[in-house]
Structures are given as C-alpha cells and as structure tokens.
Design a binder for this molecule. Structure first.
Ligand SMILES: [Zn+2]
Length: 355
C-alpha cells in the first residue's frame, strides 16, 4: 500500500535571489532568460502570443500563468551564469534527468522533486558556487539539458517530447514536497537495487523523509545490473593511486575483507589491503554504478557486480516509472519515496521589484 498524503497549501518563506543580480551587483554577469520573452524581467508579463519558434513545446495554447514563472533561479552552466525563470530551468532539468518517454505521472513526480530540490538549494547557499544558487553538474546539483541541444537530439520528436516535459512542470506548478513546512532535500536517482537507501547510510546524516523503502520494477532499467571486470594489475593501480600506502599482496583474493552493508544492501564500508574504505569511495574508485556491489576476486583479477544505478537515496526514477505504469499518481509516487513528507503548494509570489 502506498502512503497517502493530503496536499496542503502552505506559505513557505524561501529567500529568492537575495539581491545577487540586483542593481550594480549584476555587472559583468551574463544574464539570460529562457523562454518566449524578450522583455527585461521587470517588465515581464505572461506571454500571450506564440513565439516565432516553439520553445519547450510551446504551441500557443498554454496559459503561461504560473507560480514557477514568477520565480527566478541563478544557475551556473558550462557557459556561465544564467538567470532563469523557475519553469524554464525545470524544463531543462527534467529533460536532463529523465527520459521524456517516461509516463506522465513519473515525469510530474520528477518535476515536483526537481522543484523542491531547487527551493531547498535556494535557501542554502553553497561554497561550491557562491555566485549561483544551483548548477548544471549532476555530481553537484542536477543535470540540465539546454533546449537547442535537445532539438538536435530529439529531431522530429522534439515537439512530442518537449510538450511532455513542459506539461509535467506546468501541471504541477508551484507544488513541492515539504516536511514540517520546509522544502525537503528531494534527492533522486536512476535505479535502486529494489530497495532505496537511507540517507544516513550513504551520507551519514539522517533525514526522517529519506528512509529505506521497497522499490519495484527496477529490472526495466538498462542499468539495473552491471559488471566491472579488472585485472589484478588494473585494480592494484587504481587502489595505489588513491592509497599509496595500501598493502596489496600478490593475490587479489586477500585484499578485500570486512564488508559491511546497509539494511538496503549497499556497501557502507569495507577493508582493502588493510585500509578502511567507504562504499562510496569504492564506487568512485572502480567506476561502479552503485554501492550495491559484490566482489569476486581471483588470482587474476576482480569482478564487481552491481545492482542499481546512482546513490539509491530518495525517489528512484525507474521505480517511479513502474508505479506510474501501475496507475499511481505523482503524489502517491512522491509520498512513497519521501517518507512522511507531504505535497504542498507554494504561495503565489509577486514579480520581483528589485530587478
Ligand atoms: Zn551545484
């Protein structure tokens, strides 16, 4: 049974762009608006006419009025700092993070998770990129796919895919997941092992809404199972590059010991050549899809077999897909993966007056 949670309408105080781009502060910074707007943000209005070229699947019939539209986010991408309306930023995130062919309710769940994550980040400036609230690096924040690149990638399917992405964002406009009236750290991953990981087991800090839950249908993911095979020499080279003092005998069978696992099955720590290593470090060193791995070592080499893809915490995208195919709605999907969190609606904001 999926947990049931009612939508609450809450006013959440989220600091929005605390003057970072206002007045003289914007000098020398690139500003770019994604979307069918040519006018400066201070004069921005809900678009009423179709742009010459469709943007993000815009077909002239959207109403455009949205809470996301009136919120702004500073985003650091490979080509510099961008200043975007939240809905346009989210189109790029959903396109970058989930196949556009996924079921509608899975895409909506992804949109709410990405919106929630963005608001969470906006309220917590990061030293990784103090000039921007969020970045397009999936290892740091969330992936972002630019529309022009997607036009090329999707080709004649552009309108179909872009409309699906836009609908997922627009139809969940202003909706986020909260816990005790605060946006949650709505992390997600591609594919779980069949049960998601607790945040405490992966990152060390417990969050009540990031607990372990069963997640079915993961086998549909092309990365559900994977294998990394390394010769003894390759494995030794990787380990000594990271740990020059590691004591590695001639026989790889003697290298690995003391494997500890989380309740969900992910390796939390192990000993390699006498050195204590976390599951996450092992994953990074050997390029594994997840920390849910087994080790088969022989005289000649080492084989790692993984289940799942990603850190395993929060919403599984393939799990969300499976629930959507079962007929579950996006709220049920989100409530399943974020224990005890509720769907909330952001208070309408006024257009910023200081920009
Ligand atoms: Zn970042």
């Amino acid at each position: 049974m999926l947990a049931c949670c009612a939508a609450l309408v809450v006013a959440i105080a989220v600091p929005v762009l605390i003057g970072i781009l206002s007045g003289g502060g914007s000098e020398g910074r690139e500003k770019e608006i994604y979307g069918p707007l040519e006018t400066p943000p201070s004069d921005a209005a809900v678009p009423t006419e179709a742009p010459e070229e469709p943007l993000w699947g815009w077909d002239g019939e959207m109403d455009g009025a949205s809470g996301d539209f009136n919120r702004w986010v500073t985003v650091l991408l490979d080509d510099g700092l961008h200043w975007m309306r939240l809905n346009y930023y989210l189109y790029g995130v959903i396109a970058g993070e989930m196949p556009a062919t996924f079921p509608e309710e899975a895409l909506k769940a992804q949109a709410v998770a990405a919106r929630t994550y963005t608001l969470y980040k906006q309220s917590r400036p990061t030293s990784a990129h103090p000039q921007a609230e969020i970045c397009g690096n999936s290892a740091c924040c969330k992936a972002y796919a630019a529309e022009d690149a997607l036009r090329e990638r999707w080709g004649e399917d552009y309108m179909t895919h872009a409309k699906a992405i836009r609908a997922a964002v627009d139809e969940t406009d202003g909706r986020i997941m909260t816990y005790e009236d605060e946006p949650i750290l709505a992390v997600f991953h591609s594919t779980s092992s069949g049960i998601t990981e607790r945040a405490a087991d992966v990152w060390g800090g417990d969050l009540p809404y990031l607990q372990s839950v069963p997640s079915t249908g993961e086998e549909a993911s092309p990365r559900y199972r994977a294998k990394v095979e390394l010769s003894a020499d390759e494995c030794r080279e990787i380990l000594l590059a990271a740990y020059p003092d590691m004591r590695l005998s001639e026989n790889p069978k003697e290298w690995f010991s003391g494997v500890r696992r989380s309740e969900a099955g992910g390796v939390t720590r192990l000993r390699i050549g006498g050195v204590r290593v976390t599951g996450g470090e092992a994953r990074r060193m050997f390029g594994l899809n997840s920390t849910n791995f087994t080790i088969s070592a022989t005289q000649d080499g080492v084989v790692f077999e993984t289940r799942g893809f990603g850190h395993g915490v929060g919403m599984s995208q393939y799990g969300a897909r499976a629930l959507a195919l079962e007929g579950k709605g996006y709220e049920e999907i989100l409530c399943w993966y974020y224990t005890g969190a509720v769907l909330s609606v952001l208070e309408e904001t006024e257009e910023r007056s200081d920009i």
